[in-house]
Design a protein around this ligand. Structure first.
Ligand SMILES: Nc1ncnc2c1ncn2[C@@H]1O[C@H](COP(=O)(O)OP(=O)(O)OP(=O)(O)O)[C@@H](O)[C@H]1O
Length: 460
C-alpha cells in the first residue's frame, strides 16, 4: 500500500521534548522531510498548542517534567481524536510506552532513534491518514448513491425482523439470514453489526459465490508472500481485516466443500492460518452468514456440510420476500427515489396512486433490488413531479391480468416468479444476461431457477 518512492503528504506536526538538542534537530530535520513543525519544550506548552491549533500528528517525549507524554496524549484524544500521537521513550520505559498505546498512541520510538526511523514512521502516519480520507470519501459516495444503510419498512413482517435483530445483536451468536436474492439480507447483517458492541469495529462483507474457488481461501484467510504463483506480497485476509468486528459471509451456500471444512475449523478454534504459513493467528470476529438457498436440501444432497450448517445457524433470521410485505413498497420506493432525486418529499408528491397500485401488486422476483431498478427506470422517463404507472417498465403491473394467469386459476409464488423470468427472456430475445439484469438477480440465480424448473418438469 505504501509506495516508498512516493513523497509522503506533508504533515502538520507538533514535537514536544525537554531535550534542547533534540528540539533544535527536529526544527531543522522535520521540515526537510516535507512537514511543518511546532516545537515545544514541555507538556504544558504542548497542551496549550493543541488547544489552539490542529495537528495531523504529535511526537511527544514520555518523560518530561510537569505534564508527561501520556498526559499530553490523553488531552489530545479529548480535544482532537483524529490526530495521531507518537511516543518517544528511553529503553527503560518501554512498558509506559505500551501504556501510551493503550491511550490511543499510533506507535512509539525508543531513544536514541535514527532520523530514518522517524521518517519511516511519519510515512506510515501519512499513509494511514490518506487511507482514512479515502475511506470517508468512498463511504460518502456510496451513501449518496445508495443512501445511508437503513432498513426501511414498518410492515408486520419487518417489525418481526427488527425485533429479532435487536435480540441477537448484543450477543456473540453466529447468525444465519435467510431470504430471497435482493431482499436486503446484507442490510440486516449490517444492522446486527451496528446494534452490537462491535459497531465501532469493521463490518466486512464478502460474497462467497462471486469468487473463484482458487481465491476464496486467500481472500478469507490471507496468504504469505510466494505462497502460490501470483502471491507477490504478503496479504492480510478478510477475517483479519474484520478483527474485533463482524464478517458477513453472503451466499454461504456457494462455498466449495473444501472451504466449508476450513471455515468450520476457524469457527470452532477462532484461529486462522494464512495460505503458505504454518503458524496460526487468533481472531475475534463475529460471523453472520446469509443464503437464498435451502441449506437443509443442500445437506440432504451432500452439497453442504451438516456440521457447518448447525454451526452457522445458532440463530436464524428469515427476511420475507418483498411481495410478502407489500405495505413497505411505497416507503421503500420513495427511499430508493432519493438515490436518483436527492431531497425528501412526501410520498403523494413522488408517486401517483396508479403507480403505487402497480408497484404494490407486482410479484418482485428480484425483490428490493428489482424495485430499485424499476425506480431508476421511472426517473429516467420522469425527472420531476410524481411518477405515474406509465413511467414504469412496459410489462409492469400487467402480469396479474394476463389471460393465461386468470384461466390457470391460483398460481404459486414460484409459478409467478417463473412467469416473470420467461416474460423477461421473451422481451430480450432469450438473452439471459439481459433478463437477469432487468429482474435484478444474478445470472447464476437465473440459471439456478431455470435448471430447477426443468428438473421439476423432467421429474413430473
Ligand atoms: N429494507 C430495506 N430498506 C432499504 N433498502 C433496502 C432494503 N432492503 C434492500 N434494500 C436495498 O436493496 C438492494 C439489495 O439489498 P441487499 O444487497 O442487502 O440484498 P441481498 O438479500 O443481500 O441480496 P443477494 O442475496 O443478491 O446478495 C440494496 O441496494 C439495498 O440497499
Amino acid at each position: 500500500m505504501s509506495d516508498s518512492n512516493q513523497k509522503p503528504e506533508g504533515l502538520a506536526l507538533l514535537f514536544a521534548d525537554d531535550e534542547r538538542s533534540l528540539q533544535e534537530l527536529m526544527k531543522l530535520e522535520l521540515p526537510r522531510m516535507g512537514h511543518t513543525v511546532t516545537v515545544c519544550p514541555d507538556g504544558e506548552t504542548a497542551v496549550a498548542a493543541i488547544e489552539k491549533n490542529n495537528y495531523d500528528c504529535i511526537i511527544v517525549d514520555l518523560d518530561m517534567p510537569g505534564l508527561t507524554g501520556i498526559d499530553v496524549i490523553a488531552k489530545l484524544k479529548e480535544q482532537s481524536p483524529d490526530t495521531e500521537a507518537v511516543i518517544l521513550t528511553g529503553k527503560s520505559t518501554t512498558e509506559s510506552a505500551i501504556a501510551a498505546l493503550r491511550y490511543g498512541a499510533f506507535d512509539y520510538l525508543t531513544k536514541p532513534c535514527k532520523l530514518v526511523e522517524i521518517e519511516a514512521l511519519l510515512r506510515r502516519v501519512s499513509d494511514k491518514r490518506k487511507l482514512t480520507k479515502q475511506y470517508h470519501a468512498v463511504k460518502r459516495r456510496l451513501e449518496s448513491i445508495e443512501g445511508a444503510p437503513k432498513l426501511i419498512g414498518d410492515s408486520k413482517p419487518m417489525e418481526q425482523v427488527r425485533r429479532l435483530i435487536a435480540r441477537v445483536a448484543p450477543t456473540e451468536s453466529t447468525v444465519l439470514i435467510r431470504g430471497e436474492t435482493g431482499a436486503g439480507k446484507e442490510l440486516v447483517a449490517r444492522a446486527v453489526h451496528d446494534q452490537s458492541d462491535r459497531a465501532a469495529a469493521p463490518f466486512v462483507a464478502i460474497n462467497c459465490g462471486a469468487l473463484p474457488e482458487t481465491l476464496i481461501e486467500s481472500e478469507l484467510f490471507g496468504h504469505a508472500k510466494g505462497a502460490f504463483t501470483g502471491a507477490d506480497e504478503h496479504r492480510v485476509g478478510l477475517f483479519e481485516v474484520a478483527n474485533g468486528g463482524t464478517i458477513f459471509l453472503d451466499e454461504i451456500g456457494e462455498l466449495p466443500k473444501a472451504m466449508q471444512a476450513k471455515l468450520l475449523r476457524v469457527l470452532e478454534s477462532r484461529e486462522i492460518r494464512r495460505v503458505g504459513e504454518n503458524k496460526t493467528v487468533s481472531i475475534n470476529v463475529r460471523v453472520v452468514c446469509a443464503t437464498h438457498r435451502n441449506i437443509e436440501d443442500m445437506v440432504a444432497e451432500g452439497d453442504f456440510r451438516e456440521d457447518l450448517m448447525y454451526r452457522i445457524n445458532t440463530f436464524e433470521i428469515h427476511l420475507p420476500a418483498l411481495r410478502e410485505r407489500s405495505a413497505d413498497i411505497p416507503e421503500l420506493a420513495v427511499h430508493l427515489l432519493k438515490r436518483f432525486r436527492p431531497g425528501a418529499k412526501p410520498i403523494q408528491q413522488q408517486l401517483s396512486d396508479d403507480a403505487i397500485e402497480a408497484l404494490t401488486s407486482h410479484v418482485w422476483p428480484g425483490n428490493v433490488r428489482e424495485l430499485a431498478n424499476v425506480i431508476e427506470h421511472a426517473t429516467i422517463l420522469c425527472d420531476e413531479g410524481p411518477i405515474y404507472a406509465e413511467h414504469l417498465p412496459r410489462h409492469f403491473g400487467k402480469r396479474q391480468l394476463t389471460g393465461a394467469a386468470k384461466s390457470r386459476g391460483p398460481m404459486t409464488l414460484r409459478d409467478m416468479e417463473m412467469e416473470a423470468i420467461h416474460e423477461s427472456l421473451e422481451r430480450h430475445d432469450g438473452s439471459k444476461p439481459k433478463a437477469a439484469e432487468e429482474l435484478g438477480i444474478s445470472l447464476k440465480t437465473l440459471y439456478n431457477k431455470l435448471n430447477s424448473e426443468s428438473g421439476a418438469k423432467n421429474a413430473a
